[in-house]
Design a protein around this ligand. Structure first.
Ligand code: NAP
Length: 246
């Protein structure tokens, strides 16, 4: 129960990797603030955590700009008293040819994947720094680290998150806030279900040669959020079955 007494805000925890992360952090004793757009799935996640003896509350949020990020941060602080752990997990993953990408889709991807984490950190990290402790874990992706046809938009938005991770480690680390990221490989979630066989194909080039379960990504996030990672700052941890290595 290494996170007992910690307040953790996990964006996008009504589904997939975020939901698995909410469970993993609650199992370690954290009071988890579950967030997403779906009130119904949010209530289910909270009920499941409480049924396991954990602490959780749901904060509905449609995250698309700085105001929506600031509003969620304010409600999280009001509900939990403070936020010790922020997991920037909510994200859009869409693939396709560059020339077929509409401007509105470009803007929505960068708003959810880059702008919202940026303004959540702006809203929450200064108070962590004032207290001299805090943890931020960002979600990037293996296709932020190499070129993949069809992943120009998604990969570039997450490459921004990888750099933000290092920039924030430099900015907030000296005041006690550890900022790191996890870069998952193909993982079976509600979000990747429409990819069908494409997910297996993407996974096949990695040494592990299989798709991950969300719990395998959540374990890495929980490690970075916990005291076992006390000397880990500014790293982007590949949890991709070895794809980044080969
Ligand atoms: P998912 O199953 O699609 O779940 C996405 C979550 O984000 C949901 O809880 C969703 O909430 C929330 N969300 C999406 N847009 C939102 C918005 N505008 N406002 C508020 N909440 C929003 O996704 P996933 O596959 O678990 O992926 C989670 C993260 O890991 C993402 O950042 C993704 O890019 C990254 N990642 C995933 C994979 C993979 O293979 N799955 C690989 C690499 C990286 P509602 O459903 O309630 O709307």
């Amino acid at each position: 129960m290494e996170l007992t007494g910690r307040i953790a805000l996990v964006t996008g925890s009504t589904s997939g990797i975020g939901r698995a992360t909410a469970h993993a952090l609650a199992a370690r004793g954290a009071h988890v603030l579950v967030s997403g757009r779906s009130e119904e799935r949010g209530a289910q996640v909270v009920a499941a955590i409480r049924a396991d003896g954990g602490k959780a509350d749901f904060l509905a949020a449609d995250l698309h700009d700085a105001d929506s990020a600031r509003d969620l941060a304010e409600r999280a602080v009001r509900t939990g008293g403070r936020v010790d752990i922020l997991v920037n997990n909510a994200g859009i993953g869409a693939f396709g040819p560059t020339e077929a990408t509409a401007e509105a889709d470009f803007d929505a991807m960068y708003a959810t994947n880059v702008k919202v984490p940026f303004f959540l950190v702006a809203a929450l990290a200064p108070a962590m720094a004032d207290r001299g402790e805090g943890v931020i874990v960002n979600l990037t992706t293996m296709v932020a680290g190499f070129g993949q046809a069809g992943a120009a938009l998604y990969g570039s938005s997450k490459a921004a998150v990888s750099l933000l991770t290092k920039a924030w480690a430099a900015e907030f680390g000296p005041r006690g806030v550890r900022v790191n990221a996890v870069a998952p490989g193909p993982t079976r979630t509600e979000g990747t279900a429409p990819m069908g066989d494409g997910l297996e194909q993407l996974a096949s080039r990695a040494p592990a040669a299989r798709v991950a379960d969300p719990e395998e990504i959540a374990q890495a996030i929980a490690y970075l959020a916990g005291p076992g990672a006390s000397f880990v700052h500014g790293t982007v941890l590949p949890v991709d079955g070895g794809r980044a290595a080969v």
